[in-house]
Design a protein around this ligand. Structure first.
Ligand SMILES: Nc1ncnc2c1ncn2[C@@H]1O[C@H](COP(=O)(O)OP(=O)(O)O)[C@@H](O)[C@H]1O
Ligand SMILES: [Mg+2]
Length: 230
């Protein structure tokens, strides 16, 4: 089981090619990465360099052309689509630039969703959901639909949803990319607070130097490989 290890994620020699009409594009060309539990790191790099592609591979939303990803004791490449979907729900949190909240459900119900999918009772899901809404400072917005919330509030709900099942890692892809500077800063503060209070591991793709500068490590994708800036 290797329970004592603080190594929560490892990616070994990941390549990702995309086939397009003109031929094959090699976006990632041998990425290696290990992350420790409770680490908070940034992935930077120019637009189009493969940050989103990497996060999708690390979270099991996509499969590498070559290479392997392990989260905890699970080798993602050995999982069927069905078990991978289950694994993502239970072990990985995602936050995107756009919130992707379900419009027909309240903020609280959106946060409860991954808990219900994981098999919790409605009562358990509601209790945990309410606690998370409180942690992200939105207790008084629990009954609101996503469109009744500001952009910053929507992203805080998305963060609460990502944390629902106390994931091994949260992958955040430009989480403040659609927010103004001040609202973005408050979202970053929340992320660092949650990292601190809950020990949640975060990997954040970002263009924001201020955010990257506060992280434990700054990783940069260049020419398809990952380097470390600090
Ligand atoms: N499904 C796909 N099919 C073809 N090309 C893709 C696909 N997804 C991403 N790409 C290409 O891979 C490169 C990296 O994209 P992306 O990971 O979105 O970059 P970033 O997030 O760093 O801006 C881009 O050139 C993009 O066009
Ligand atoms: Mg991207």
């Amino acid at each position: 089981m290797n329970m004592g290890s603080s190594n929560i994620l490892s990616a070994i020699d990941i390549h990702r090619d995309f086939r397009i009409a003109e031929g094959t594009v090699q976006v990632l060309k041998g990425i290696n990465l290990t992350m420790n539990r409770s680490e908070i790191s940034a992935v930077t790099g120019a637009s189009g360099v493969g940050k989103s592609t990497l996060l999708h591979l690390l979270g099991g939303l996509d499969r590498p052309t070559v290479g392997s990803v392990r989260i905890g004791d699970v080798n993602l490449g050995e999982q069927s689509e069905k078990s991978l979907a289950r694994f993502r729900n239970d072990h990985v949190g995602f936050v995107f630039q756009f919130h992707y909240l379900l419009e027909d459900f309240s903020a609280l119900e959106n946060v409860m969703m991954p808990l219900l999918v994981a098999g919790n009772s409605r009562h358990q899901a509601r209790e945990r959901g309410e606690l998370l809404m409180e942690q992200v400072g939105l207790t008084n917005r629990a009954g609101h639909r996503p469109r009744q919330l500001s952009g910053g509030e929507q992203q805080r709900v998305a963060v609460a949803r990502a944390l629902a099942n106390d994931p091994d890692i949260v992958l955040a892809d430009e989480p403040s990319g659609n927010l103004d500077t001040e609202t973005g800063r408050r979202l970053h503060d929340l992320i660092f607070q949650l990292n601190d209070e809950n020990g949640t591991t975060f990997l954040i793709a970002t263009h924001n130097n201020e955010l990257a500068g506060k992280c434990d490590r700054i990783l940069e994708i260049k020419h398809g490989v990952l380097g470390e800036k600090v």
